[in-house]
Design a protein around this ligand. Sequence first.
Ligand code: TYM
Length: 333
Amino acid sequence: MRKKIFSGVQPTGNLHLGNYLGAIKNFVELSNQKDNECVFCVVDLHAITIKQDPKQLKRNIRETAATFIASGIDPNSSIIFNQSMVSAHSECAWILSCVSKIGWLNRMTQFKEKAGKDKEKASIGLYSYPVLMAADILLYDATHVPVGNDQKQHLELCRDIAQKFNNDFDALDFLKVPEPLIQKQFSRIMSLKDGLKKMSKSDPSDLSRINLTDEKDVILNKIKKAKTDPMPMPTDVMNLSARPEAENLLGIYSSLRSQGLEESINEFKGKQFSEFKERLSETLIEKIEPISREIKKLLNDEKYLDQILFNGSEKANKIASKKIKEIKQLVGF
Ligand code: TYM
């Protein structure tokens, strides 16, 4: 079956190793498979659910597009565009918000985490953001959506919204119910400072994450300072359950080398953490530095990046405007 792939990344700066290993690395692999049709979106409408500096946002939109390309997505064979250039996303989100239940959104754990203690002060956009995400996916009849583990609940909601719309408007299979593509292993990369916390752009400590633009010395320093535990390197996967930091670092190493956790454990069993950390840093530098270099190079050519986004948005618009027209007809507009 030909897969239609859709995924998005927010242009909120500090794209990190979690974004790369949990999502972008997968985008690249999927986009290299001949028959797949891939759409990768810089979700700038999602970004403004939290206050953004307009100048910085513009830079971040280009940087996210540059990261896609630098990681290995070919803009000639995949569509790369930014969400705000295709108005069907906002229109579709409104219509879908009228079939979605408040009770469904109230269950979203990411809203609870992001809104923090004072939910009254969070924007309405932050609350309804999973509906916009459903609109993104459903406009393109996506069959598969590659994401990290933290987006699982949003994808389940997207499936519920699609089914409810189809039921409400008596349109069997009209909105395609997508399959999440979440890797079994390494789909949740944790902070370098706390193995129980997700690696995140919003963590105030830069030492908690490897940014995709970090240079060699910065990577070396961050891995040197990464939290471990006082025990020697584990000898078995079973030893990892109570050792979140060791599990995370070994997971990062395995994912970067596309090898199983067991293989990495065998490589380092009985050795010191310092030796493992040296190898981990080398691997990170080997994989991340070329991407970082390419991102910086691409960012020097804003015209090129803007052209890619413009071309991508024209192609995306063709697909999305057809679908929103059909949606409007079904609704009765
Ligand atoms: P965003 O921008 O927060 O993250 C982009 C992608 O990176 C993954 N990710 C991680 N994976 C593993 N470990 C981590 N620590 C980690 N941190 C982030 C995310 O799971 C995601 O796949 N709502 C989405 C963007 C979006 C979208 C869409 C995705 C908007 N519309 C439609 C798919 C389809 C988000 O905020 O991702």
